[in-house]
Design a protein around this ligand. Structure first.
Ligand code: SF4
Length: 636
């Protein structure tokens, strides 16, 4: 029998109708969906008893108190915990801190030149390099101020090496004051009694003190902020001086000149900053009447201010009478340390080390938020130098070091947090481990300590530190829950340690010590005109902490990408570029390719770009700060 086309059509139509009405295909789709959700490698929601544990966030020096919610043994969310009578909110990085252990970029094995290697290979290479380095050995600590930082200094004193930082332990402004003072007093901001905090380019709101304190509507001080960018701090400040890029020194010098009656410098500062002479003069007189203090501190991502800016700010603080005054910069005690630890190597700025002088360098890069252009380190290395980086991530410095070690990071080990610059009294608080670290992860300071012949665990050293604090019977222990207790009422150092291990925070008495600054820097200050095209970096503190945040950041354009540059439409017109065009930027030390985006909020003459590989390619260290100016911008 011959088959007609009609037969095929009837068969096809019948089969289609039968399939649609049959449960078989729908059942198959449903079962496939269920099976695909139950394969063994699918992440599972943790099950178990819900409990809460206290800890402290160690992702930045603010050290916010945290209450972790756990399902079984797994932290599933982090919440702000009360501290000093307030419950201050956590920043986005702090809220996602428990994601860090699962970040796809975590370094989980030992690397040699970017490839897995045996765990003892870097030990042997480091021991050999130290033995032949004749003291040209250094540790670069990207999170100074911790007990681990003091231990690095102790080990380096024994090895005759250098302890290097990018951000000084005290913060840049206080460090510049500390260099002129003598005696045991450590300079500290007395913000509880300040009238106006004048921030010169400091990320006060984003990464300086706990955001809850800065955002607290009942805080006593007013925040004045000088910055070229429309940053979170600029938008939240009571007064924002929108200065031209790289004119931080000029605004500080202009305020000094207004106080001194130096009309020529005032005029020059007004030209450079874009803030009129009359506004600078009125601001200077308001500051004189307002119990004010000025700060120009390091940005954890963008680096320290220029040395000349720090000189001008130190002079401004002296003119405002802020040094040694209640509400200004007062003296405080340090958190005590055991006498048995012996001498400590002095703290030196990485920038201050002679070029090509280091034969062995160990880098502590165990938490996100402190990227550094490799060229800032590479210039300090002697030919053939050995670099070992204890890193949290496979990106960044781990890619450049000869050896990279997987480091125990936030929530994976017992660590302490430093006293932040905005705290008027010393503190001691422990960040408690809640997550099991990767099998091969190391505690960076213990690894380096073994090279100096010290096998003591960091946990034991922290207990020694607590035992050194207790005998002074000073201050209060703020437990994670319950009543604040005076240390003098605790019966032993063991009881002090038990309280700290239960999430308690020791806060020293707010007793101001006499702080006498020596001779502060005096005018004139070196004032530079801005280039025709200045490159200004932006940064989102802690964006790397969580893969979820990174995905949101990259895919939603919530934050600019690192290969993108933002221009004012007038600037783009001048450069013959339009939105979405590809451009090539050349600076005095490098070049990069970027995508152009127009934004009327960017100042004319400014190329605004997120700190990342493109920015690092263009910038160089000048007078202690990372700077870049565009020599040429052309369509790619
Ligand atoms: S401000 Fe700093 S310490 Fe506080 S939650 Fe954020 S990253 Fe953590």
């Amino acid at each position: 029998m011959a088959h007609l086309r009609r037969d095929f059509l009837i068969f096809g139509g019948g089969a289609g109708a039968g399939l649609a009405l049959s449960p078989a295909p729908w059942r198959l789709i449903g079962d496939t969906a269920l099976w695909s959700q139950n394969w063994s490698w699918i992440p599972r929601t943790p099950r178990g008893e819900i409990s809460y544990k206290p800890t402290v966030c160690e992702l930045c020096p603010a050290g916010c108190a945290v209450r972790a919610r756990l399902a079984g043994t797994q932290p599933v969310s982090l919440w702000a915990a009360p501290q000093g009578g307030n419950t201050a909110p956590l920043c986005p990085a702090g809220l996602c801190g428990h994601h860090l252990a699962f970040h796809p970029s975590r370094l989980r094995t030992t690397w040699r030149e970017g490839k897995p290697c045996a765990a003892n290979a870097p030990v042997e290479a480091a021991a050999k390099a130290i033995a032949s380095a004749q003291g040209a050995v250094a540790v670069l600590d990207l999170r100074p101020g911790r007990t681990a930082s003091l231990l690095y200094r102790k080990h380096l004193a024994k090895l005759g090496g250098h302890y290097l930082t990018v951000t000084p332990t005290l913060g840049s402004t206080l460090q510049s004051i500390a260099e002129t003072t003598q005696g045991p007093a450590v300079p500290a901001f007395d913000l509880d009694n300040t009238g106006v905090l004048l921030s010169i380019g400091t990320p006060v709101l984003e990464a300086w003190d706990a955001p809850g304190r800065m955002l607290n509507p009942s805080r006593k001080f007013r925040l004045w902020h000088a910055e070229a960018l429309e940053s979170a701090t600029a938008l939240a400040a009571e007064r924002w001086f929108r200065i031209r890029p790289n004119s931080e020194t000029a605004i500080a010098a202009g305020l000094v000149a207004a106080i001194d009656g130096d009309r020529a410098t005032l005029r020059q500062a007004a030209d450079l900053t874009g803030i009129s002479e009359s506004e600078l003069t009125a601001a200077a007189h308001d500051l004189l009447k307002s119990n004010a203090v000025a700060v120009a501190d390091t940005h954890p991502v963008l680096g320290p201010p220029a040395r000349e800016t720090l000189r001008a700010v130190a002079c401004l603080n002296a003119r405002l009478g802020a040094i040694g005054r209640k509400g200004g910069i007062i003296g405080r005690y340090q958190t005590p340390l055991p006498k048995t630890w012996g001498p400590l190597a002095p703290e030196t700025s990485l920038d201050g080390v002679p070029d090509a002088s280091l034969h062995f360098l160990f880098i502590d890069d165990a938490t996100p938020g402190a990227p550094l252009p490799w060229k800032a380190i590479a210039s300090k290395l002697a030919p053939g130098a050995v670099v070992v980086s204890a890193s949290w991530s496979t990106n960044g410095l781990a890619r450049h070091a000869n050896y990279a070690l997987p480091a125990i990071s936030y929530l994976e080990g017992l660590h302490d947090v430093p006293t932040p610059p905005a705290s008027a009294s010393a503190r001691f608080a422990l960040s408690l481990p809640l997550v099991e670290p990767a099998a091969k992860a190391i505690e960076p300071v213990e690894w380096f300590g073994r090279l100096a012949g010290d096998e003591t665990k960091l946990a034991d050293r922290l207990k020694e530190r607590a035992s050194a604090i207790y005998p002074g019977k000073r201050g209060e222990m703020h437990p994670a829950s319950g009543e604040v207790v005076r240390v003098s009422t605790l019966k032993s150092a063991e009881e002090f340690w038990t309280a700290a291990m239960a999430g308690g925070r020791w806060q020293d008495d707010a007793e101001a010590l006499t702080l006498k600054a020596g001779r502060t820097p005096q005018p004139p200050f070196r004032l530079e005109s801005a280039a025709t095209l200045e490159i200004v970096p932006t940064a989102w503190m802690g964006a790397d902490v969580s893969p979820l945040m990174t995905k949101l950041w990259v895919e939603s354009s919530l934050k600019p990408r690192t290969q993108q540059v933002f221009l004012h439409p007038d600037t783009a017109r001048r450069l013959a570029l339009e939105h979405g065009a590809r451009a090539r930027i050349t600076s005095s030390c490098g070049e990069c390719s970027v995508e152009v985006a127009l934004d009327a909020a960017v100042q004319p003459g400014v190329l605004q770009m997120a700190a990342g590989q493109a920015w690092f390619a263009l910038c160089e260290t000048r007078d202690g700060a990372l700077r870049a100016e565009a020599k040429k911008v052309v369509r790619a």
